[in-house]
Design a protein around this ligand. Structure first.
Ligand code: SAH
Length: 398
């Protein structure tokens, strides 16, 4: 059994927790001196009355997560088993859909346990632990999953750092059978190469599946396509499968070249007909503007924060400028797919960025559609910050 301790909550925060807010913030706790990561905490009011049960774990977003509002709850295998069972039932359809064999089966606080996500890749399960606190429950949580599914193998990523950075381990394999490298999975009939044991990222961001599908099915045909911050080229693959005449993928990381090439190859697209460019996107924009190179569709998917040799990019500060450069290389009646995973601003603010960028260039636009997280990335109704993804399809008019 994990150590259980009582935590007195400051008066002004009590109501929030009682109403179901799941994130335990440092500021709300009266005395943090007794805390140890991985301990179970009973949140109490000033009269020592029970408010909620949770665990302590330090991650960028806070000091732990509420697990239950019931006083008699025990945080054990049965507890996690119930959460996982609910999570699996919520995604029942995903397991029977043969078009897509990679999706999220457990999304942190959205499924009742903040600080933990579990992704499914064709029989393999990838656990991401966001603090030492939640990692302390590793054995019981894996045991709980095994009560409900037959797995081929289990992998993990540790993101204990307060900035959510990945901790380099000798290996990320936990148990079962080792997955092939790459493991080929399907997403709406397309194929992705997944490397479960090759650093922080496995090859694809599963939260963009609806955006990729929409791009392929509704927009790509006959169009030239620029994919910026392209990583393994997932958007380029979908654009190409949707009939884009040519794709250009730009990413600063050297690994993006072989990984994008591999993605074209396993989808039977001739790589020679596509451009894969390893370069700073900001340089590429300058080059493209100078050369008057235009694209019918541009995908913009920058990290929320990045530092390269010459630039520091922060989505909240620099997105307007990024859009302004993009607008200049987008054809008339072309489409910009503007995406961000920054959780420090809302969809409304993001739309304001778009408005500002077009206004400053005196160009008209129309928003065609927008996206947030897909169904498998379940969001907690009292924790809207968890719905970080914002994607807007913008048509450039004049
Ligand atoms: N759009 C991708 C995911 C992007 S992840 C997808 O859908 O799969 C962010 C990527 O931005 C990383 O691959 C990183 O190498 C790249 N990146 C960060 N700063 C960059 C810069 N200044 N120029 C080009 N690429 C950059």
């Amino acid at each position: 059994m994990k150590k259980e301790i009582s935590l007195q909550i400051k008066k002004e925060y009590i109501r929030k927790y009682k109403e179901g807010y799941p994130l335990i913030s440092k500021e709300s706790i009266r005395d943090i001196s007794k805390l140890e990561e991985g301990c179970v905490v009973q949140l109490k009011d000033d009269k020592n009355r029970f408010i909620a049960l949770g665990y302590h774990g330090i991650q960028n977003k806070g000091f732990g997560w509420v697990l239950s509002l019931a006083q008699n709850e025990k945080v054990n295998t049965a507890f996690f088993s119930k959460k996982i069972k609910d999570a699996l039932e919520y995604r029942n359809d995903f397991f029977t859909d043969t078009r897509t064999t990679a999706f999220r089966i457990f999304n942190g606080e959205g499924d009742g346990v903040g600080g933990l996500t579990i992704d499914y890749f064709d029989g393999y399960y990838l656990f991401t632990w966001y603090s030492r606190g939640i990692y302390a429950f590793k054995d019981v949580i894996i045991e709980a999953l095994a009560l409900h599914v037959e797995y081929k193998g289990i992998y993990q990523k540790k993101r204990f750092d307060t900035k959510g950075m990945y901790l380099e381990d000798a290996n990320d394999f936990v148990c079962g059978e080792e997955a092939p490298q790459p493991l080929l999975v399907k997403e709406n009939y397309a194929t992705f190469a997944i490397y479960l044991d090759d650093g922080a990222m496995v090859g694809v961001f599963l939260d963009q599946k609806e955006v990729r599908k929409t791009l392929r099915d509704k927009y790509a045909r006959g169009k030239t396509f620029l994919n910026t911050f392209s990583y393994t080229g997932a958007f380029s693959i979908f654009a190409s499968l949707g009939g884009a005449t040519k794709t250009t993928s730009v990413d600063l990381a050297k690994r993006s070249f072989p990984k994008t090439k591999e993605h074209f190859e396993i989808n039977n697209i001739d790589v020679k007909t596509q451009d894969i460019i390893v370069e700073d996107v900001f340089n590429y924009f300058k080059f493209a503007i100078r050369k008057k190179r235009m694209f019918d569709i541009v995908v913009l998917d920058p990290p929320s924060f990045a530092r390269s040799k010459k630039h520091t990019f922060s989505a909240s500060k620099d997105y307007v400028n990024l859009l302004k450069e993009t607008i200049q290389i987008t054809s008339k009646n072309g489409l910009i797919v503007a995406s961000t995973n920054a959780s420090n601003f809302s969809m409304m603010t993001f739309r304001d960025f778009i408005k500002k960028a077009f206004k400053e260039l005196n160009i008209k636009y129309k928003i065609e559609e927008s996206f947030s997280l897909p169904k498998d990335f379940r969001v907690h109704e009292k924790f809207k910050e968890g719905d970080y993804l914002k994607v807007v399809f913008i048509k450039k008019l004049k």
